[in-house]
Design a protein around this ligand. Structure first.
Ligand SMILES: Cc1cc2nc3c(=O)[nH]c(=O)nc-3n(C[C@H](O)[C@H](O)[C@H](O)COP(=O)(O)OP(=O)(O)OC[C@H]3O[C@@H](n4cnc5c(N)ncnc54)[C@H](O)[C@@H]3O)c2cc1C
Length: 500
């Protein structure tokens, strides 16, 4: 039997976009508006997060990452209340100067302005405790990166992080056991629920139409909050439907809904950007204990303009570290034996939106799939970035450098970098590039042939359906994107509130 419910607004997805929209709309509940926040994943709380890789892998879609069809890249995102903000590091960047005005200009988004979005950043940062942390946050991994860059004369900058009362236990990407990471799980979703938004976890939306959504409500895993509704098929009628299921799922929901919504833009799913990423490692003579302390503080944009990438500090858990090393066997065993002596940094490439890079659906259930090819520009950027990271680590005193893009396991001097790390070594299936920043698929724009939504995230031809997550980005942000997702989501919420 199908359970039918009725709300004024239904929001699909509780991550950076959906959680922010729920919080912004929640004051309307005081005047009687009924708002539901549907989340495919469970409602874990901080008590669940034990920072063990094996136990926490289920926080992620596909128990880790969704590989592209050609296995060139694997994209991670979370599936739980709070969305990817439950597993992000909290690196907080404002959209780069000129980015939003560039979107407005290039995509005919007259209602969008950089000044409006920029004005939102300081307040949002205040709400989620985003700030420049003090010197005590700089562990040895971050210090070595900074010293290496400084010694090379490369700019090294700090980013804001959104944490409060952080215990600096290191493994933020497995969920924060202290609730110190101030994402939507800890801030916006509780605020929305307190004011009367109904959170329905374990509720996976399959299709939508102009009047509501069709979902299945599953069982709540043991120890997590269940909803008050019976499990099984659910029809939820609403005046406004917000799709904020993240780039990996929002366009898939719309594609599965084609027969109900009629013609949708041919751009649906397309212009996917991912910030292709790779980690690489230096082995230092002294202990580094990169797993101790806050993992990410610094970045260099030395090659952002010329070669299209950033390098950020990073440190990951043992399995993720081991899987990022090239090859198999004794070299890996030996290198992992020095885990407490390793430095680590992350390459983040500014990829460009391309028509053929897209989300699509497959199989009878319309499962989301990724069609993505690394462009030559991104390949060159990855290779250059892997060489540059080696320079930083050698400058900081590394005895050995390991990059996943290489024709031998490791390098012991800067002279090795160019011969050992070449574009030819970046082979599909051998080097798995990763991504945690999927963007696009429902890009904003004025032309329904080349864009999916307008400047308010409203689906072209379907003003009751609003997309409110990273999938509306017309291009990548170049920088870590969550704050920009939240700022755009706020605008959607304001438009919805005005319409109601
Ligand atoms: C490991 C990791 C580290 C990161 N670190 C940073 C960082 O430090 N700084 C930064 O700026 N960004 C970071 N990001 C990226 C950032 O978290 C995302 O850009 C941001 O959360 C995207 O917001 P969103 O609303 O589009 O999607 P999400 O936050 O992913 O939320 C989407 C939600 O929709 C739910 N959903 C999906 N399908 C359905 C469905 N059919 N029905 C109902 N619900 C559904 C999902 O379960 C999820 O909860 C990181 C991401 C990851 C994975």
């Amino acid at each position: 039997m199908i359970t039918t419910l009725e709300y004024d607004v239904v929001i699909v997805g509780s991550g950076a976009g959906g959680g922010t929209i729920a919080a912004r709309l929640s004051p309307l509940c005081e005047s009687g508006a009924r708002i539901a926040l549907l989340e495919a994943g469970p409602h874990y709380t901080r008590e669940h997060f034990n920072t063990r890789e094996r136990d926490m892998i289920g926080l992620f879609i596909d128990r880790g990452a969704m590989p592209s069809n050609n296995y060139e890249i694997a994209v991670s995102a979370a599936s739980c209340v709070g969305g990817s903000t439950a597993v992000y590091t909290g690196v907080t960047f404002r959209a780069p100067d000129g980015l939003i005005d560039g979107w407005a200009r290039d995509f005919g988004l007259d209602e969008l302005s950089g000044a409006d979005i920029e004005a939102r950043f300081p307040r949002l940062e205040g709400e989620i405790d985003a700030h420049f942390p003090g010197d005590e946050y700089e562990n040895a991994n971050n210090r070595l990166f900074r010293e290496g860059c400084e010694s090379l004369g490369w700019p090294v900058k700090q980013f804001r992080v959104n944490v409060a009362r952080c215990e600096r236990c290191g493994f933020c990407n497995l969920g924060c056991p202290y609730g110190a990471k101030r994402g939507t799980l800890e801030v916006q979703v509780p605020r929305a629920v307190e004011r009367g938004v109904e959170l329905i976890p374990n509720c996976r939306v399959h299709t939508i139409d102009d009047d509501g959504v069709n979902a299945v409500l599953g069982d709540a895993p043991e120890g997590t909050m269940a909803s008050r509704h019976p499990t099984g098929p659910l029809r939820i009628e609403a005046k406004r439907i917000v799709i904020a299921a993240g780039t990996l799922n929002s366009s898939a929901i719309l594609m599965r809904s084609r027969s109900r919504l009629g013609d949708l833009s041919p751009a649906l799913g397309r212009y996917l950007t991912l910030h292709p990423a790779l980690t690489s490692f230096g082995r230092m003579p002294e202990p580094v204990r990169g797993f101790d302390g806050f993992p990410k503080l610094h970045y260099t944009d030395r090659f952002s303009e010329s070669h299209h990438y950033y390098i950020e500090t990073a440190f990951y858990f043992p399995f993720v570290t081991a899987k990022s090393l090239p090859g198999f066997g004794s070299d890996i065993r030996r290198f992992m034996g020095s885990y407490d002596h390793l430095t680590c940094a992350l390459t983040l490439v500014h990829d460009e939106p391309e028509h053929h890079n897209r989300m699509t659906i497959a199989g009878p259930e319309g499962r989301p799939e990724i069609d993505y090819r690394l462009s030559q520009r991104s390949r060159d950027a990855i290779v250059h970035a892997q060489q540059s990271t080696g320079r930083i680590f050698f400058e900081a005193g590394a005895e050995e450098y390991v990059s996943p893009v290489s024709n031998r396991f490791s390098m012991t001097s800067p002279a090795d970098l160019e011969p050992v790390i070449t574009v030819g070594d970046l082979q599909s299936g051998r080097v798995v590039v990763s991504s945690a920043h999927p963007m696009g698929g429902c890009r904003m724009g004025s032309d329904p042939d080349t864009s999916v939504t307008n400047a308010w995230g409203e689906l072209h031809g379907h003003p009751a359906v609003v997309v409110g997550d990273a999938s509306v980005f017309p291009t990548s942000t170049k920088v870590n994107p969550y704050l920009t997702v939240m700022a755009l989501a706020e605008r959607c919420a304001e438009r919805i509130a005005a319409g109601l």
